[in-house]
Design a protein around this ligand. Structure first.
Ligand code: F6R
Length: 606
Protein backbone atom coordinates (compact mmCIF):
# COMPACT_ATOMS: atom_id res chain seq x y z
CA UNK A 1 0.00 0.00 0.00
CA UNK A 2 1.38 3.41 -0.96
CA UNK A 3 -0.06 6.89 -1.38
CA UNK A 4 0.06 8.94 -4.58
CA UNK A 5 -0.77 12.60 -5.10
CA UNK A 6 -0.67 15.09 -7.95
CA UNK A 7 -1.34 18.81 -8.30
CA UNK A 8 -1.77 21.27 -11.14
CA UNK A 9 -2.64 24.94 -10.59
CA UNK A 10 -1.38 28.33 -9.44
CA UNK A 11 -0.83 27.31 -5.81
CA UNK A 12 2.47 26.50 -4.12
CA UNK A 13 2.90 23.05 -5.68
CA UNK A 14 5.65 21.79 -3.36
CA UNK A 15 3.80 22.80 -0.19
CA UNK A 16 0.51 21.36 -1.45
CA UNK A 17 2.09 18.06 -2.45
CA UNK A 18 3.90 17.75 0.90
CA UNK A 19 0.72 18.50 2.84
CA UNK A 20 -1.26 16.00 0.75
CA UNK A 21 1.39 13.32 1.24
CA UNK A 22 1.33 13.85 5.01
CA UNK A 23 -2.38 13.00 4.95
CA UNK A 24 -1.57 9.73 3.23
CA UNK A 25 1.22 8.62 5.54
CA UNK A 26 -1.20 6.07 7.01
CA UNK A 27 -0.77 4.24 3.68
CA UNK A 28 2.97 3.91 4.12
CA UNK A 29 5.89 5.98 5.23
CA UNK A 30 9.16 4.16 4.58
CA UNK A 31 10.28 6.42 1.74
CA UNK A 32 8.90 9.36 -0.18
CA UNK A 33 9.45 11.42 -3.29
CA UNK A 34 8.21 14.12 -5.57
CA UNK A 35 8.65 15.25 -9.20
CA UNK A 36 7.75 18.79 -10.21
CA UNK A 37 8.25 20.87 -13.31
CA UNK A 38 9.82 24.19 -12.44
CA UNK A 39 8.98 27.47 -14.12
CA UNK A 40 11.85 26.98 -16.59
CA UNK A 41 10.23 23.72 -17.74
CA UNK A 42 12.75 21.39 -16.09
CA UNK A 43 11.68 18.27 -14.24
CA UNK A 44 13.07 18.32 -10.67
CA UNK A 45 13.03 15.06 -8.76
CA UNK A 46 13.49 14.63 -5.02
CA UNK A 47 13.47 11.28 -3.26
CA UNK A 48 14.41 10.07 0.17
CA UNK A 49 14.53 6.96 2.31
CA UNK A 50 12.50 8.23 5.23
CA UNK A 51 9.39 10.16 6.07
CA UNK A 52 7.69 13.18 4.48
CA UNK A 53 9.35 15.56 6.98
CA UNK A 54 12.73 14.41 5.70
CA UNK A 55 11.62 14.86 2.10
CA UNK A 56 10.58 18.42 2.94
CA UNK A 57 14.03 19.15 4.31
CA UNK A 58 15.77 18.37 0.98
CA UNK A 59 13.49 20.40 -1.31
CA UNK A 60 14.66 23.97 -1.93
CA UNK A 61 12.15 26.77 -2.56
CA UNK A 62 11.01 26.19 -6.16
CA UNK A 63 8.20 27.79 -8.02
CA UNK A 64 6.17 25.21 -9.93
CA UNK A 65 2.65 24.70 -11.24
CA UNK A 66 2.53 20.94 -11.61
CA UNK A 67 3.87 17.91 -9.76
CA UNK A 68 3.33 14.40 -8.45
CA UNK A 69 4.30 12.84 -5.13
CA UNK A 70 4.47 9.48 -3.40
CA UNK A 71 4.71 7.99 0.06
CA UNK A 72 5.82 4.39 -0.06
CA UNK A 73 5.14 1.15 1.74
CA UNK A 74 7.63 -1.09 0.03
CA UNK A 75 6.51 -4.27 -1.73
CA UNK A 76 9.06 -4.81 -4.53
CA UNK A 77 12.50 -3.71 -3.44
CA UNK A 78 13.66 -2.40 -0.09
CA UNK A 79 12.83 1.09 1.17
CA UNK A 80 15.82 2.93 -0.29
CA UNK A 81 16.21 6.24 -2.11
CA UNK A 82 16.68 4.42 -5.47
CA UNK A 83 13.44 2.50 -4.94
CA UNK A 84 11.46 5.54 -3.80
CA UNK A 85 9.02 6.98 -6.36
CA UNK A 86 8.74 8.80 -8.74
CA UNK A 87 10.44 6.53 -11.27
CA UNK A 88 11.51 8.24 -14.45
CA UNK A 89 12.44 7.39 -18.01
CA UNK A 90 13.29 10.10 -20.53
CA UNK A 91 10.73 12.86 -20.00
CA UNK A 92 8.34 10.62 -18.09
CA UNK A 93 7.93 10.43 -14.30
CA UNK A 94 5.52 8.01 -12.62
CA UNK A 95 4.15 7.49 -9.10
CA UNK A 96 2.34 4.20 -8.54
CA UNK A 97 0.35 2.39 -5.90
CA UNK A 98 -0.27 -1.29 -6.60
CA UNK A 99 1.64 -4.27 -7.91
CA UNK A 100 2.63 -5.00 -11.51
CA UNK A 101 2.38 -8.78 -11.65
CA UNK A 102 4.20 -9.33 -14.94
CA UNK A 103 6.94 -6.79 -14.23
CA UNK A 104 9.77 -9.30 -14.57
CA UNK A 105 8.87 -10.32 -18.12
CA UNK A 106 8.30 -6.67 -19.09
CA UNK A 107 11.60 -5.72 -17.49
CA UNK A 108 13.53 -8.41 -19.40
CA UNK A 109 11.96 -7.22 -22.65
CA UNK A 110 12.71 -3.55 -21.93
CA UNK A 111 16.32 -4.34 -20.96
CA UNK A 112 16.79 -6.22 -24.24
CA UNK A 113 15.55 -3.07 -26.02
CA UNK A 114 18.18 -0.96 -24.25
CA UNK A 115 16.25 0.55 -21.33
CA UNK A 116 18.38 0.87 -18.21
CA UNK A 117 16.87 0.09 -14.80
CA UNK A 118 18.17 1.71 -11.66
CA UNK A 119 15.70 0.42 -9.06
CA UNK A 120 14.39 -2.97 -7.89
CA UNK A 121 10.77 -1.84 -8.17
CA UNK A 122 7.99 -3.11 -10.37
CA UNK A 123 6.98 0.52 -11.01
CA UNK A 124 10.06 1.39 -13.04
CA UNK A 125 8.75 -0.78 -15.91
CA UNK A 126 5.76 1.58 -16.16
CA UNK A 127 7.98 4.63 -16.62
CA UNK A 128 10.01 2.90 -19.36
CA UNK A 129 6.92 1.50 -21.07
CA UNK A 130 5.22 4.91 -21.21
CA UNK A 131 8.45 6.44 -22.51
CA UNK A 132 8.66 3.70 -25.14
CA UNK A 133 5.16 4.42 -26.44
CA UNK A 134 5.37 8.23 -26.14
CA UNK A 135 5.06 9.72 -29.60
CA UNK A 136 3.73 13.06 -28.45
CA UNK A 137 0.30 12.10 -27.04
CA UNK A 138 0.85 11.42 -23.33
CA UNK A 139 -2.62 9.98 -22.70
CA UNK A 140 -2.25 7.54 -25.59
CA UNK A 141 1.24 6.55 -24.40
CA UNK A 142 -0.13 5.77 -20.92
CA UNK A 143 -3.09 3.73 -22.19
CA UNK A 144 -0.88 1.78 -24.62
CA UNK A 145 1.61 1.04 -21.85
CA UNK A 146 -1.13 -0.06 -19.47
CA UNK A 147 -2.42 -2.44 -22.14
CA UNK A 148 0.75 -4.48 -21.57
CA UNK A 149 0.46 -4.59 -17.80
CA UNK A 150 -1.09 -7.21 -15.50
CA UNK A 151 -1.76 -6.32 -11.90
CA UNK A 152 -3.10 -3.42 -9.90
CA UNK A 153 -2.34 0.26 -10.19
CA UNK A 154 -3.26 3.81 -9.38
CA UNK A 155 -0.76 6.01 -11.18
CA UNK A 156 0.10 9.63 -11.69
CA UNK A 157 2.19 10.53 -14.74
CA UNK A 158 4.09 13.73 -15.45
CA UNK A 159 6.11 14.72 -18.51
CA UNK A 160 8.13 17.87 -18.99
CA UNK A 161 7.04 17.76 -22.62
CA UNK A 162 3.47 18.32 -21.35
CA UNK A 163 3.74 20.73 -18.40
CA UNK A 164 0.05 21.61 -18.65
CA UNK A 165 -1.27 18.10 -18.06
CA UNK A 166 -1.19 15.25 -15.54
CA UNK A 167 -2.36 11.77 -16.50
CA UNK A 168 -3.80 9.38 -13.93
CA UNK A 169 -5.23 5.87 -14.24
CA UNK A 170 -6.66 3.20 -12.03
CA UNK A 171 -7.12 -0.57 -11.83
CA UNK A 172 -7.83 -2.24 -8.47
CA UNK A 173 -6.04 0.45 -6.41
CA UNK A 174 -7.90 3.49 -5.05
CA UNK A 175 -7.84 6.82 -6.88
CA UNK A 176 -9.80 10.04 -6.59
CA UNK A 177 -9.68 13.42 -8.31
CA UNK A 178 -10.08 16.62 -6.29
CA UNK A 179 -11.76 19.43 -8.21
CA UNK A 180 -10.61 22.93 -7.28
CA UNK A 181 -11.06 26.40 -8.67
CA UNK A 182 -8.34 26.84 -11.30
CA UNK A 183 -6.53 23.89 -9.77
CA UNK A 184 -7.02 20.13 -9.67
CA UNK A 185 -5.65 17.22 -7.67
CA UNK A 186 -5.14 13.49 -7.93
CA UNK A 187 -4.79 11.30 -4.83
CA UNK A 188 -5.12 7.80 -3.43
CA UNK A 189 -7.60 8.97 -0.85
CA UNK A 190 -9.78 11.92 0.10
CA UNK A 191 -7.83 13.21 3.16
CA UNK A 192 -4.99 14.18 0.82
CA UNK A 193 -7.07 16.90 -0.84
CA UNK A 194 -9.67 17.80 1.77
CA UNK A 195 -7.78 20.83 2.99
CA UNK A 196 -8.10 22.30 -0.52
CA UNK A 197 -11.39 21.01 -1.87
CA UNK A 198 -14.34 18.84 -0.90
CA UNK A 199 -15.44 18.28 -4.52
CA UNK A 200 -14.45 14.76 -5.49
CA UNK A 201 -14.64 12.40 -8.47
CA UNK A 202 -14.31 8.72 -7.58
CA UNK A 203 -12.35 6.96 -10.30
CA UNK A 204 -13.40 3.45 -11.29
CA UNK A 205 -11.36 0.57 -12.62
CA UNK A 206 -9.79 0.93 -16.05
CA UNK A 207 -10.38 4.67 -16.25
CA UNK A 208 -7.80 7.13 -17.43
CA UNK A 209 -7.89 10.81 -16.57
CA UNK A 210 -6.42 13.87 -18.17
CA UNK A 211 -6.04 16.52 -15.45
CA UNK A 212 -5.34 20.11 -16.46
CA UNK A 213 -5.55 23.34 -14.46
CA UNK A 214 -9.00 24.14 -15.81
CA UNK A 215 -10.37 20.75 -16.85
CA UNK A 216 -10.65 17.12 -15.82
CA UNK A 217 -11.59 14.60 -18.50
CA UNK A 218 -12.16 10.91 -17.79
CA UNK A 219 -11.84 8.18 -20.46
CA UNK A 220 -12.07 4.41 -20.66
CA UNK A 221 -9.01 2.52 -21.87
CA UNK A 222 -10.24 2.69 -25.47
CA UNK A 223 -10.24 6.47 -25.26
CA UNK A 224 -14.03 6.94 -25.03
CA UNK A 225 -15.12 9.78 -22.72
CA UNK A 226 -16.76 8.72 -19.41
CA UNK A 227 -19.28 10.89 -17.54
CA UNK A 228 -18.51 11.17 -13.81
CA UNK A 229 -20.68 12.45 -11.01
CA UNK A 230 -19.19 15.00 -8.64
CA UNK A 231 -19.45 14.17 -4.91
CA UNK A 232 -19.36 16.70 -2.10
CA UNK A 233 -17.57 15.41 0.99
CA UNK A 234 -19.04 16.57 4.28
CA UNK A 235 -16.54 14.88 6.66
CA UNK A 236 -13.93 16.83 8.53
CA UNK A 237 -10.27 15.88 8.16
CA UNK A 238 -10.11 13.60 11.17
CA UNK A 239 -13.08 11.57 9.98
CA UNK A 240 -11.64 11.51 6.48
CA UNK A 241 -8.40 9.90 7.68
CA UNK A 242 -10.50 7.04 8.93
CA UNK A 243 -12.38 7.12 5.60
CA UNK A 244 -15.54 7.98 7.52
CA UNK A 245 -15.21 5.04 9.95
CA UNK A 246 -15.37 5.88 13.65
CA UNK A 247 -12.21 3.85 14.39
CA UNK A 248 -9.14 2.69 12.54
CA UNK A 249 -9.92 -0.85 13.70
CA UNK A 250 -13.26 -0.89 11.87
CA UNK A 251 -11.65 0.68 8.82
CA UNK A 252 -8.95 -1.99 8.86
CA UNK A 253 -11.49 -4.78 9.32
CA UNK A 254 -13.25 -3.45 6.21
CA UNK A 255 -9.98 -3.12 4.33
CA UNK A 256 -9.57 -6.88 4.47
CA UNK A 257 -11.41 -7.33 1.17
CA UNK A 258 -8.53 -5.38 -0.36
CA UNK A 259 -5.61 -6.54 1.80
CA UNK A 260 -6.36 -10.25 1.35
CA UNK A 261 -6.42 -9.63 -2.39
CA UNK A 262 -3.08 -7.75 -2.22
CA UNK A 263 -1.47 -10.61 -0.30
CA UNK A 264 -2.42 -13.00 -3.10
CA UNK A 265 -1.63 -10.69 -6.03
CA UNK A 266 0.89 -12.24 -8.41
CA UNK A 267 1.31 -15.30 -6.21
CA UNK A 268 -1.46 -17.61 -7.44
CA UNK A 269 -0.59 -19.74 -10.45
CA UNK A 270 -3.83 -21.58 -11.04
CA UNK A 271 -2.77 -22.88 -14.44
CA UNK A 272 0.16 -24.79 -12.94
CA UNK A 273 -1.70 -25.43 -9.69
CA UNK A 274 1.06 -23.83 -7.66
CA UNK A 275 2.09 -20.71 -5.83
CA UNK A 276 4.78 -18.30 -6.95
CA UNK A 277 6.84 -16.93 -4.09
CA UNK A 278 9.54 -15.12 -6.01
CA UNK A 279 11.07 -13.76 -2.82
CA UNK A 280 11.12 -17.07 -0.93
CA UNK A 281 14.48 -18.19 -2.33
CA UNK A 282 13.94 -21.90 -1.57
CA UNK A 283 13.79 -24.36 -4.46
CA UNK A 284 11.73 -27.55 -4.54
CA UNK A 285 14.70 -29.67 -3.49
CA UNK A 286 15.43 -27.52 -0.48
CA UNK A 287 11.76 -27.57 0.51
CA UNK A 288 11.74 -31.37 0.28
CA UNK A 289 14.71 -31.65 2.59
CA UNK A 290 13.12 -30.02 5.62
CA UNK A 291 12.17 -32.65 8.19
CA UNK A 292 10.29 -30.32 10.46
CA UNK A 293 8.98 -26.77 10.76
CA UNK A 294 9.15 -24.74 13.96
CA UNK A 295 6.90 -21.66 13.98
CA UNK A 296 7.64 -18.87 16.44
CA UNK A 297 5.47 -15.80 17.05
CA UNK A 298 3.66 -13.82 19.74
CA UNK A 299 0.03 -12.85 20.38
CA UNK A 300 -2.13 -12.70 17.28
CA UNK A 301 0.79 -13.77 15.12
CA UNK A 302 1.09 -16.87 17.32
CA UNK A 303 -2.55 -17.67 16.58
CA UNK A 304 -1.79 -17.38 12.87
CA UNK A 305 1.19 -19.68 13.45
CA UNK A 306 -1.01 -22.26 15.13
CA UNK A 307 -3.21 -22.37 12.04
CA UNK A 308 0.04 -22.72 10.07
CA UNK A 309 0.82 -25.88 12.06
CA UNK A 310 -2.50 -27.46 11.07
CA UNK A 311 -1.99 -26.46 7.44
CA UNK A 312 1.59 -27.68 7.07
CA UNK A 313 0.71 -31.00 8.68
CA UNK A 314 -2.62 -31.50 6.90
CA UNK A 315 -1.73 -30.26 3.42
CA UNK A 316 2.03 -30.77 3.19
CA UNK A 317 2.55 -33.68 5.61
CA UNK A 318 5.41 -32.00 7.43
CA UNK A 319 5.68 -32.16 11.20
CA UNK A 320 5.25 -28.66 12.62
CA UNK A 321 5.56 -27.22 16.13
CA UNK A 322 4.54 -23.76 17.28
CA UNK A 323 5.95 -21.80 20.18
CA UNK A 324 5.66 -18.30 21.52
CA UNK A 325 8.79 -16.20 21.12
CA UNK A 326 8.94 -15.49 24.86
CA UNK A 327 8.96 -19.20 25.76
CA UNK A 328 11.12 -20.42 22.91
CA UNK A 329 14.06 -18.19 23.82
CA UNK A 330 14.35 -19.79 27.28
CA UNK A 331 13.55 -23.36 26.28
CA UNK A 332 16.08 -25.97 25.21
CA UNK A 333 15.00 -26.31 21.59
CA UNK A 334 15.91 -29.43 19.71
CA UNK A 335 16.88 -27.91 16.39
CA UNK A 336 19.20 -28.76 13.56
CA UNK A 337 19.61 -27.55 9.99
CA UNK A 338 16.85 -29.88 8.79
CA UNK A 339 14.33 -27.69 10.65
CA UNK A 340 12.88 -24.65 8.92
CA UNK A 341 12.12 -21.96 11.51
CA UNK A 342 9.27 -19.64 10.49
CA UNK A 343 9.00 -16.43 12.52
CA UNK A 344 5.76 -14.48 12.13
CA UNK A 345 5.64 -10.83 13.17
CA UNK A 346 3.50 -8.15 11.57
CA UNK A 347 5.76 -5.37 12.87
CA UNK A 348 8.99 -7.29 12.37
CA UNK A 349 10.23 -5.68 15.59
CA UNK A 350 8.87 -7.88 18.40
CA UNK A 351 11.83 -8.47 20.74
CA UNK A 352 10.84 -12.00 21.78
CA UNK A 353 10.36 -13.16 18.19
CA UNK A 354 13.65 -11.58 17.10
CA UNK A 355 15.49 -13.30 19.97
CA UNK A 356 14.02 -16.62 18.82
CA UNK A 357 15.26 -15.98 15.27
CA UNK A 358 18.78 -15.38 16.61
CA UNK A 359 18.57 -18.56 18.70
CA UNK A 360 17.44 -20.59 15.67
CA UNK A 361 20.21 -19.10 13.52
CA UNK A 362 22.78 -20.22 16.11
CA UNK A 363 21.60 -23.82 15.53
CA UNK A 364 22.31 -23.49 11.82
CA UNK A 365 18.59 -23.40 10.87
CA UNK A 366 17.19 -21.52 7.92
CA UNK A 367 14.83 -18.84 9.17
CA UNK A 368 11.85 -17.54 7.21
CA UNK A 369 10.24 -14.30 8.38
CA UNK A 370 6.62 -13.49 7.55
CA UNK A 371 6.19 -9.78 8.16
CA UNK A 372 4.16 -6.78 7.09
CA UNK A 373 6.97 -4.25 7.31
CA UNK A 374 9.52 -4.15 4.52
CA UNK A 375 13.02 -3.52 5.82
CA UNK A 376 12.05 -4.23 9.46
CA UNK A 377 14.61 -5.82 11.79
CA UNK A 378 13.26 -9.34 11.22
CA UNK A 379 13.85 -8.90 7.47
CA UNK A 380 17.53 -8.18 8.19
CA UNK A 381 17.90 -11.00 10.71
CA UNK A 382 16.09 -13.86 8.96
CA UNK A 383 17.59 -15.75 6.03
CA UNK A 384 14.35 -15.57 3.98
CA UNK A 385 11.38 -13.18 4.08
CA UNK A 386 7.84 -13.08 2.76
CA UNK A 387 5.85 -9.87 3.01
CA UNK A 388 2.18 -9.95 3.88
CA UNK A 389 1.37 -6.65 2.07
CA UNK A 390 -1.56 -5.78 4.34
CA UNK A 391 -0.55 -2.11 4.38
CA UNK A 392 0.04 -0.09 7.55
CA UNK A 393 -2.18 -1.00 10.47
CA UNK A 394 -2.90 1.82 12.91
CA UNK A 395 -5.32 0.13 15.34
CA UNK A 396 -3.36 -1.64 18.06
CA UNK A 397 -5.50 -4.75 17.67
CA UNK A 398 -4.20 -6.71 14.69
CA UNK A 399 -6.93 -7.45 12.13
CA UNK A 400 -5.97 -7.15 8.47
CA UNK A 401 -2.35 -8.06 9.25
CA UNK A 402 -3.65 -11.31 10.81
CA UNK A 403 -5.74 -12.41 7.83
CA UNK A 404 -2.85 -11.56 5.50
CA UNK A 405 -0.57 -13.75 7.65
CA UNK A 406 -3.12 -16.54 7.26
CA UNK A 407 -3.16 -16.10 3.49
CA UNK A 408 0.65 -16.33 3.32
CA UNK A 409 0.51 -19.51 5.43
CA UNK A 410 -2.13 -21.03 3.12
CA UNK A 411 0.01 -20.24 0.11
CA UNK A 412 3.17 -21.58 1.73
CA UNK A 413 1.45 -24.79 2.81
CA UNK A 414 0.12 -25.33 -0.74
CA UNK A 415 3.55 -24.57 -2.20
CA UNK A 416 5.25 -26.99 0.20
CA UNK A 417 2.57 -29.62 -0.45
CA UNK A 418 3.20 -29.37 -4.20
CA UNK A 419 6.99 -29.45 -3.80
CA UNK A 420 6.73 -32.52 -1.57
CA UNK A 421 4.21 -34.22 -3.91
CA UNK A 422 1.56 -34.29 -1.18
CA UNK A 423 -1.03 -32.44 -3.25
CA UNK A 424 -1.96 -32.89 -6.89
CA UNK A 425 -2.35 -29.94 -9.25
CA UNK A 426 -6.16 -30.29 -9.35
CA UNK A 427 -6.56 -29.95 -5.60
CA UNK A 428 -4.13 -27.01 -5.58
CA UNK A 429 -6.05 -25.33 -8.43
CA UNK A 430 -9.30 -25.80 -6.58
CA UNK A 431 -7.91 -24.29 -3.37
CA UNK A 432 -6.34 -21.36 -5.21
CA UNK A 433 -9.55 -20.61 -7.04
CA UNK A 434 -11.48 -20.75 -3.73
CA UNK A 435 -8.87 -18.43 -2.22
CA UNK A 436 -9.53 -15.93 -4.98
CA UNK A 437 -13.18 -15.81 -3.88
CA UNK A 438 -12.34 -15.02 -0.23
CA UNK A 439 -12.34 -11.17 -0.62
CA UNK A 440 -15.87 -11.42 -2.05
CA UNK A 441 -16.97 -13.65 0.84
CA UNK A 442 -15.47 -11.18 3.33
CA UNK A 443 -17.52 -8.40 1.69
CA UNK A 444 -20.69 -10.37 2.33
CA UNK A 445 -19.81 -10.85 6.00
CA UNK A 446 -19.17 -7.10 6.30
CA UNK A 447 -22.48 -6.29 4.61
CA UNK A 448 -24.32 -8.53 7.09
CA UNK A 449 -22.50 -7.22 10.16
CA UNK A 450 -25.84 -6.16 11.69
CA UNK A 451 -26.41 -9.61 13.24
CA UNK A 452 -22.95 -9.53 14.78
CA UNK A 453 -23.60 -6.07 16.21
CA UNK A 454 -26.93 -7.21 17.71
CA UNK A 455 -25.21 -10.23 19.20
CA UNK A 456 -22.49 -8.04 20.74
CA UNK A 457 -25.09 -5.84 22.34
CA UNK A 458 -27.09 -8.82 23.67
CA UNK A 459 -24.11 -10.12 25.67
CA UNK A 460 -22.42 -6.87 26.51
CA UNK A 461 -22.99 -7.39 30.23
CA UNK A 462 -21.21 -10.76 30.24
CA UNK A 463 -18.13 -10.85 32.44
CA UNK A 464 -16.70 -13.98 30.88
CA UNK A 465 -16.79 -15.37 27.37
CA UNK A 466 -15.64 -18.68 25.93
CA UNK A 467 -14.57 -19.21 22.31
CA UNK A 468 -14.36 -22.84 21.25
CA UNK A 469 -13.25 -24.58 18.09
CA UNK A 470 -11.67 -27.80 16.94
CA UNK A 471 -8.70 -28.43 14.66
CA UNK A 472 -8.26 -25.50 12.23
CA UNK A 473 -11.00 -23.59 14.06
CA UNK A 474 -9.13 -23.69 17.36
CA UNK A 475 -6.70 -20.88 16.36
CA UNK A 476 -9.74 -18.75 15.46
CA UNK A 477 -11.19 -19.44 18.93
CA UNK A 478 -7.91 -18.23 20.47
CA UNK A 479 -7.90 -15.15 18.26
CA UNK A 480 -11.54 -14.36 19.04
CA UNK A 481 -10.83 -14.49 22.77
CA UNK A 482 -7.67 -12.40 22.40
CA UNK A 483 -9.45 -9.71 20.35
CA UNK A 484 -12.33 -9.50 22.82
CA UNK A 485 -10.21 -9.21 25.97
CA UNK A 486 -7.78 -6.83 24.31
CA UNK A 487 -10.26 -4.15 23.27
CA UNK A 488 -13.37 -4.70 25.44
CA UNK A 489 -11.55 -5.81 28.65
CA UNK A 490 -14.02 -8.69 29.04
CA UNK A 491 -12.36 -11.85 30.26
CA UNK A 492 -12.41 -14.39 27.45
CA UNK A 493 -10.89 -17.83 27.00
CA UNK A 494 -10.15 -19.57 23.73
CA UNK A 495 -10.37 -23.31 24.09
CA UNK A 496 -9.94 -26.44 22.03
CA UNK A 497 -13.56 -27.55 22.36
CA UNK A 498 -12.70 -31.14 23.27
CA UNK A 499 -10.79 -29.88 26.30
CA UNK A 500 -13.80 -28.26 27.96
CA UNK A 501 -14.70 -31.42 29.84
CA UNK A 502 -11.21 -31.57 31.34
CA UNK A 503 -11.76 -28.54 33.56
CA UNK A 504 -13.30 -25.39 32.12
CA UNK A 505 -16.79 -26.89 31.92
CA UNK A 506 -16.93 -26.06 35.65
CA UNK A 507 -17.07 -22.38 34.67
CA UNK A 508 -19.91 -22.71 32.17
CA UNK A 509 -23.21 -21.27 33.35
CA UNK A 510 -26.14 -19.25 31.98
CA UNK A 511 -24.11 -16.05 32.31
CA UNK A 512 -21.31 -17.23 30.04
CA UNK A 513 -21.77 -16.82 26.29
CA UNK A 514 -19.92 -19.45 24.28
CA UNK A 515 -18.86 -18.65 20.72
CA UNK A 516 -18.52 -21.89 18.76
CA UNK A 517 -16.55 -21.77 15.52
CA UNK A 518 -18.51 -24.44 13.69
CA UNK A 519 -18.37 -24.45 9.89
CA UNK A 520 -18.87 -27.79 8.16
CA UNK A 521 -15.85 -30.05 8.08
CA UNK A 522 -14.36 -33.21 9.47
CA UNK A 523 -14.83 -32.12 13.09
CA UNK A 524 -18.35 -30.72 12.64
CA UNK A 525 -20.09 -33.53 14.56
CA UNK A 526 -17.58 -33.12 17.37
CA UNK A 527 -18.22 -29.41 17.80
CA UNK A 528 -21.98 -30.10 17.74
CA UNK A 529 -21.45 -32.42 20.72
CA UNK A 530 -19.42 -29.71 22.48
CA UNK A 531 -22.20 -27.21 21.84
CA UNK A 532 -24.66 -29.64 23.45
CA UNK A 533 -22.33 -29.97 26.45
CA UNK A 534 -22.46 -26.24 27.12
CA UNK A 535 -26.16 -25.72 26.34
CA UNK A 536 -26.87 -28.49 28.88
CA UNK A 537 -25.19 -26.15 31.41
CA UNK A 538 -27.47 -23.27 30.31
CA UNK A 539 -24.82 -21.33 28.43
CA UNK A 540 -25.92 -19.22 25.45
CA UNK A 541 -24.27 -20.36 22.25
CA UNK A 542 -23.30 -18.10 19.37
CA UNK A 543 -22.37 -20.37 16.47
CA UNK A 544 -20.34 -19.25 13.48
CA UNK A 545 -21.53 -21.69 10.83
CA UNK A 546 -21.97 -22.20 7.10
CA UNK A 547 -24.81 -20.17 5.62
CA UNK A 548 -26.63 -23.32 4.51
CA UNK A 549 -26.38 -25.07 7.89
CA UNK A 550 -29.94 -25.59 9.18
CA UNK A 551 -28.99 -28.29 11.67
CA UNK A 552 -27.00 -26.01 13.94
CA UNK A 553 -29.96 -23.68 14.46
CA UNK A 554 -31.52 -26.39 16.63
CA UNK A 555 -28.71 -26.09 19.17
CA UNK A 556 -27.34 -22.56 19.03
CA UNK A 557 -29.10 -19.43 20.34
CA UNK A 558 -27.66 -17.25 17.59
CA UNK A 559 -26.14 -18.33 14.30
CA UNK A 560 -23.76 -16.05 12.45
CA UNK A 561 -23.56 -17.35 8.89
CA UNK A 562 -20.44 -17.33 6.76
CA UNK A 563 -20.37 -17.95 2.99
CA UNK A 564 -19.54 -21.45 1.76
CA UNK A 565 -15.94 -22.20 0.92
CA UNK A 566 -13.58 -25.16 1.18
CA UNK A 567 -13.41 -26.42 4.77
CA UNK A 568 -9.71 -25.64 5.02
CA UNK A 569 -10.24 -21.95 4.17
CA UNK A 570 -13.07 -21.21 6.61
CA UNK A 571 -10.75 -19.68 9.28
CA UNK A 572 -10.27 -16.70 6.95
CA UNK A 573 -14.00 -15.99 7.18
CA UNK A 574 -14.69 -16.85 10.82
CA UNK A 575 -11.75 -14.62 11.81
CA UNK A 576 -13.56 -11.60 10.37
CA UNK A 577 -16.66 -12.47 12.40
CA UNK A 578 -14.76 -12.66 15.71
CA UNK A 579 -13.03 -9.37 14.93
CA UNK A 580 -16.40 -7.68 14.39
CA UNK A 581 -17.85 -9.24 17.54
CA UNK A 582 -14.96 -7.85 19.59
CA UNK A 583 -15.23 -4.46 17.88
CA UNK A 584 -18.97 -4.01 18.46
CA UNK A 585 -18.71 -5.21 22.06
CA UNK A 586 -15.96 -2.67 22.77
CA UNK A 587 -18.03 -0.01 21.00
CA UNK A 588 -21.04 -0.69 23.27
CA UNK A 589 -18.75 -0.46 26.28
CA UNK A 590 -17.26 2.80 25.03
CA UNK A 591 -13.71 1.47 25.24
CA UNK A 592 -10.64 3.06 23.72
CA UNK A 593 -10.75 0.78 20.69
CA UNK A 594 -7.76 1.92 18.67
CA UNK A 595 -5.50 2.32 21.70
CA UNK A 596 -6.48 -0.24 24.34
CA UNK A 597 -5.08 0.34 27.81
CA UNK A 598 -1.60 -1.02 28.64
CA UNK A 599 -0.89 -2.14 25.07
CA UNK A 600 1.35 -0.95 22.24
CA UNK A 601 1.40 -1.68 18.53
CA UNK A 602 4.97 -2.83 18.50
CA UNK A 603 6.51 -4.58 21.52
CA UNK A 604 10.23 -3.99 21.16
CA UNK A 605 11.12 -4.85 24.76
CA UNK A 606 11.25 -8.20 26.46
C1 F6R B 1 -3.06 -8.39 19.22
C2 F6R B 1 -1.75 -8.01 18.73
C3 F6R B 1 -0.57 -8.57 19.42
C4 F6R B 1 0.56 -8.84 18.41
C5 F6R B 1 1.83 -9.28 19.14
C6 F6R B 1 2.92 -9.65 18.16
O1 F6R B 1 -4.08 -7.79 18.48
O2 F6R B 1 -1.62 -7.25 17.82
O3 F6R B 1 -0.89 -9.74 20.11
O4 F6R B 1 0.13 -9.84 17.53
O5 F6R B 1 2.28 -8.26 19.97
O6 F6R B 1 3.21 -8.57 17.33
P1 F6R B 1 3.97 -8.77 15.96
O7 F6R B 1 3.10 -9.54 15.06
O8 F6R B 1 4.24 -7.38 15.49
O9 F6R B 1 5.24 -9.53 16.28
Amino acid sequence: MCGIVGYIGDGDTVTILLESLRRLEYRGYDSAGMAIIDDEGNARIFKIEGEISELESIIPGISSRVGIGHTRWATHGRPTTENAHPHCSGNICVVHNGIIENYQELKDELISEGFVFISDTDTEVLAHLINKYDTGDLRLAVSTALGHVRGSYAIGVLSNEHPDELIAARKDSPLIIGLGKDENFIASDIPAVLKYTNRILYIDNLELISVKQDSVRVFDMEGNPVEKKEHIIEWDLEAAEKAGYPHFMLKEIHEQTRSIHETMTGRLHELEGDVNFEELGLNRNEIRQFQRIEIIACGTSYNAGLLGKYLFEWLAGIHTDVDTGSEFRYSSPVLDPSTLVIAISQSGETADTLAAVHEATSYGCRTLAITNVVGSTIFRDASHTIYTRAGPEIGVAATKSFTSQLVVLYLLAIHFARARSRMDADRARMLLSELRKIPGHVSRILEDAGTIQECASMFVKAENYFFIGRNINYPVALEGALKLKEISYIHAEGYAAGELKHGPLALISKDVPVVAIAPHGHTYDKILSNIKEVTARDASVIAIADCDDCEIRKFADIVIPIPKTDEVLTPLLSSVVVQLLAYYTALELDCSIDKPRNLAKSVTVE
